[in-house]
Design a protein around this ligand. Structure first.
Ligand SMILES: Cc1cn([C@H]2C[C@H](O)[C@@H](COP(=O)(O)OP(=O)(O)O[C@H]3O[C@@H](C)C(=O)[C@@H](O)[C@H]3O)O2)c(=O)[nH]c1=O
Length: 180
């Protein structure tokens, strides 16, 4: 596995180191020892799947507040996403900054998201399936969101003919609104 730090401290892109032969490939996707070397946790308490039949489906930006803040490990098992995180850690040198990466079934890339970040994605292909592992259980009372199109975040969402977004995701506050 190759762990590459992102500009947002504590967030990593994780790529596999495949061993290939005539049958295909084999590769580790989580390793407690390798994760621990870079300070990553590998104990997750929930795993969830997100199915997106249409391209242009946008989910997010989501996070949970204390005491239910969660680490997420995200990968795509079918299709592709434009995956986004935003640093919401008070006092962080990159507070309010966004980072994005393309995760796909083809590139098998994972994004490790530490606590204190909002997360969202846009599906880039019809029939995209996203698999999450989470370090803390889902608690509806702690679930919060941030506006995906807040101009202050300057996220270069890929253009698409039709965007599918849930009403609650259209109604989250902007970054300025989160702190006021
Ligand atoms: C997130 C979540 C939702 N649910 C339920 C609540 C609701 O009835 C239904 C759909 O929930 P949502 O509309 O919040 O699903 P969705 O908008 O796909 O939420 C997800 O968005 C991405 C961006 C993330 O980062 C995830 O952690 C998660 O927040 O599933 C769970 O049971 N467990 C969970 O972990």
């Amino acid at each position: 596995m190759r762990l590459t730090p992102t500009p947002l401290a504590g967030a990593f892109l994780i790529d596999i180191d495949p061993v290939e032969d005539e049958r295909g490939l084999f590769a580790r996707t989580v390793c407690a020892d390798e994760f621990a070397r870079d300070g990553l946790v590998s104990h997750f308490v929930q795993q969830s799947v997100s199915w997106n039949p249409r391209a242009g489906t946008l989910r997010g930006l989501h996070f949970q507040i204390a005491p239910d803040q969660e680490i997420k490990l995200v990968r795509v098992t079918r299709g592709a996403i434009f995956d986004v995180i935003v640093d919401l850690r008070p006092g962080s040198a990159t507070y309010g900054k966004a980072f994005h990466a393309e995760l796909s079934a083809e590139n098998r890339r994972q994004l490790y998201i530490p606590t204190g970040m909002a997360h969202g994605f846009q599906s880039l292909q019809a029939g995209t399936e996203v698999l999450y592992q989470m370090s803390a259980p889902f608690r509806p009372a702690s679930a919060r969101g941030l506006r995906w199109d807040d101009a202050a975040l300057n996220i270069p969402w890929p253009p698409c003919a039709t965007r599918t977004i849930a009403d609650n995701d259209r109604a989250w506050p902007t970054l300025a609104g989160l702190t006021s």
